[in-house]
Unconditional design. Sequence first.
Length: 147
Amino acid sequence: MDSEVGVGKLIADVVDLSGTGSDTFVLRMSYDDSGFDAVPRSEAAAAASGQIFLAWLNGSGQWVNAIDGNSGTNSGATKVQGAWDDPLFGNSTLALGAWGVDTANDNVWAVVNHNSGFSVLPEPATMALLGLGAFGLFFGRRRGRKS
């Protein structure tokens, strides 16, 4: 599968999952956070605003939030900032549709009930902002040195 998405790239490998039937499970994937180091917008801020998530390759060939592929009602469609098994959240995170980002360990997770191709995606606008931020920092330093 191609890792190109809009103006950005996936920040993890693609995993094709099959054989789970319609069982509900938590899928957790790690990602590469190195792209967030060069810009003012932090990884934590992007995660808090829902711009980093476990992505699912839907039938139209687009990467969307993995919970959008669930069968039935996403009764727990809540975004959590932290690990899926963090005791602070109790069992509420185990409801179908719950999802989150654990920036301390560079993991995303979602409670899903479908087989598919999965990866980690920063929203394309986030990657555009990252690129613009790096561009601005580079030329800002360059301009400062000429003065």
